[in-house]
Ligand binder design. Structure first.
Ligand SMILES: [Zn+2]
Ligand SMILES: [Zn+2]
Length: 274
């Protein structure tokens, strides 16, 4: 199964980033395999016409106006697709390449995987880092959702205009942002959804998590253009890239990985990962 050209370009960026940041080779190696598994499964979903109904579905203006994401967990229709194959591949990768231990019992029931996925979806947390290191079942259940969410985003996001949504969470799936790009003229930010990779605009200043406008501290990084915004009100943080200081083309899902040292620094200061 061939992955889409868009997903292929993310893999190419990932490979370039691996060369540019040799000390992060193990991290990039893991994500290269994870993305390959998720992108291949997404191509399979597409071929099976899964979620194709979203392509024709009108954008729900009432949801847009009241801040409700375009898709609910049930609307992803995960239970009707062969998600257990994806679950098995992701679990095997987590056990082989990270510190996850194999589960004590046999493979969980499909209902257990779906219950974890639903809880992660509804709590709006990022898919990566959604589980404790000991809980491979919960972590894999979250990561299983990525192809469904990204596919929903591909079908819906091109029809959501940039002036229709300025909230701190994703218009497609409700996920929290994991990265921001700061633009100068006009002055605004683009936020990246940590779950479905949607990008939407948000005001230049203020915290997207608690919407507090003041009490933001930012720390520039040694590498050009990166900033770490810390909210003193809710103790969450947002990694950002200032486009004024960065001329080259960027792939945001890869930027979030290449800036992992900022996560380590922020969490070291006691900031919360979402
Ligand atoms: Zn999203
Ligand atoms: Zn905040």
């Amino acid at each position: 199964m061939r992955v889409s050209s868009q997903d292929q370009s993310i893999l190419v960026y990932l490979h370039k980033a691996m060369t540019a940041h040799p000390h992060l080779e193990a991290l990039f190696c893991f994500y290269e395999q994870l993305f390959q598994i998720q992108f291949t499964f997404k191509a399979r979903l597409k071929e099976d016409r899964h979620l194709e109904y979203l392509e024709d579905k009108e954008i729900d203006l009432a949801r847009l106006a009241s801040g409700i994401p375009q898709v609910s967990f049930d609307e992803l229709r995960i239970e009707t697709a062969p998600f257990i194959d994806l679950y098995r591949d992701i679990t095997a990768l987590l056990i082989r390449d990270t510190g996850y231990l194999p589960p004590d019992n046999r493979e969980p029931q499909q209902e257990t995987i779906l219950a974890h996925a639903r809880e992660i979806f509804d709590s709006r947390v990022p898919l990566v880092g959604a589980g404790q290191p000991a809980d491979v079942i919960r972590t894999a259940s979250g990561l299983v959702m990525a192809p469904y969410l990204q596919l929903a985003c591909e079908f819906l996001m091109p029809r959501i205009t940039q002036d229709a949504w300025h909230r701190g969470h994703c218009p497609v799936c409700g996920g929290a942002p994991s990265f921001a790009v700061v633009h100068a003229e006009p002055s605004f930010r683009t936020l990246l959804c940590s779950r479905c990779s949607a990008e939407w605009s948000f005001r230049r200043m203020g915290c997207p998590f608690c919407l507090e406008r003041d009490h933001q501290t930012y720390y520039p990084s040694e590498e050009g253009g990166y900033r770490l915004y810390v909210c003193e009100a809710c103790h969450r943080y947002l990694k950002s890239l200032d486009m004024q200081e960065s001329a080259s083309e960027r792939c945001l899902p890869v930027e979030t990985l290449a800036t992992v040292s900022m996560d380590v620094a922020a969490q070291g200061k006691g900031c919360l990962f979402f």
